[in-house]
Design a protein around this ligand. Structure first.
Ligand SMILES: [Zn+2]
Length: 386
């Protein structure tokens, strides 16, 4: 079976190896003549970006690169991008990269048409109604990691430097107009990044599946997304040029982000303060806290774990089988066991617990959480007390 397709759910997706060459045509179809390619500083130095820019230039598009984008991107990364877009007379955005490049690209596409400040569009109540939709730029998303799934998301996660929290900027039309999903772009990822980003995809599907909201569409996407991770993440980590493994992980990543319209949970609540304050890797942090959160939520998710264990064809049954699988997967792909291994210390627990409580992922954790709960859970994750 050729791992290739043109899909229209949840947006227009051109999926398959080698399809980066269709980027100029996709830009044109969205009305772009002068696209601004937004990516992170590290990626901008790799041949990948030059290949994309050259393809656009050779087809007659005037394409420039903006790469003042850091991991765990901050508001300035977006606003300098907006200034670059306007100074260059651009007419669309190619959001290119892992989560940082994709999120900043999408946020630039939103902000080029707004007069209010960025955090006025945080995902609260009906704040998205403040957006001047007609000013938004068209966006093509090109993922280069398999984890964030931001290429099919309607939001961008940006750090607010005034309080060191990650804020979600949301508008339904932030969903990119077209995604070019080419697994060959992920060939160059080193094993530890493949592992960490892949576990982010798993955490999205797993948390969405466990969220108490009623959303069978999302649950269906989530369980198959988890099956693909189970089958293909170890192979992608062990052989980065295994195109079958890379392809399945790339779509598992999009599936995770599609599923999490149902909500996330405490894995992300715990992870966001670590990333915002200590710059820990998002996917890695989720992977570390995953088993501790599962155990914490156990009473509320036993029934769902029964079904999941059966679908994943795990050797045991129910919750214990899923927990064993997660622990074995972490060991196999060299994920550290405790938050202490990522630089989080017990003295961070009080401050981070307050931020975790306020995190937008918290209301859909299967077990209601208090600030004390988060503090205890942080300490378990730091000390390795499962
Ligand atoms: Zn995530």
């Amino acid at each position: 079976m050729e791992l290739k397709g043109n899909w229209n759910f949840p947006t227009s997706i051109r999926f398959g190896a080698g399809r980066l060459r269709e980027l100029p045509e996709v830009c044109r179809a969205l009305g772009m003549r002068r696209p601004l390619l937004v990516t992170d500083a590290a990626l901008a130095r790799l041949p990948l970006v030059a290949t994309a820019v050259n393809a656009c230039t050779e087809s007659g598009l005037e394409c420039a690169v903006y790469s003042n984008v850091q991991p765990n991107p901050v508001a300035d990364n977006v606003m300098y991008g907006v200034a670059t877009y306007q100074a260059g007379g651009h007419d669309g955005v190619i959001a290119f990269g892992g989560g940082s490049g994709l999120d900043v690209g999408k946020a630039v596409g939103l902000m080029v048409g707004q007069s209010r400040p960025l955090f006025d569009f945080e995902d609260r109540e009906d704040w998205y109604l403040r957006v001047n939709v007609s000013g938004m730029a068209p966006v093509v998303a090109v993922p280069t990691t398999a984890g964030t799934g931001s290429e099919v998301g309607r939001a961008a996660v940006i750090v607010d430097p005034t309080d060191h929290t990650k804020k979600i900027i949301f508008h339904p039309r932030m969903m990119p107009g077209t995604v070019v999903a080419d697994p060959e772009l992920t060939f160059g990822l080193p094993p530890q990044i493949t592992a960490a980003t892949g576990m982010d995809a798993l955490s999205h599907s797993l948390e969405a599946y466990c969220s108490p909201l009623y959303h069978p569409l999302a649950e269906g996407v989530a369980v198959e997304g988890m099956r693909l991770v189970k089958q293909w993440l170890p192979a992608a980590v062990e052989d980065g040029r295994n195109v079958t493994a890379r392809a399945h992980m790339l779509i598992a990543s999009s599936m995770g982000a599609t599923a999490f319209q149902k909500g996330l949970g405490a894995m992300h609540s715990l992870s966001h303060p670590c990333g915002a304050n200590l710059n820990t890797h998002h996917g890695l942090t989720n992977a570390v806290v995953m088993p501790y959160v599962l155990v914490w939520n156990r009473a509320a998710i036993e029934g769902k774990m029964q079904r999941l264990a059966a679908y994943l064809e795990l050797p045991g049954r129910g919750f214990d089988a899923v927990l064993e699988w997660v622990l074995a997967l972490r060991r196999r792909i060299a994920i550290p066991n405790t938050l202490a291994d990522t630089g989080v210390r017990p003295e961070h627990a009080v401050q981070f617990a307050a931020q975790a409580l306020a995190d937008p992922s918290t209301p859909t954790n299967p077990v209601p959480m208090t600030r004390d709960d988060f503090e205890r859970l942080y300490l378990r994750c730091i000390r390795g007390e499962l």
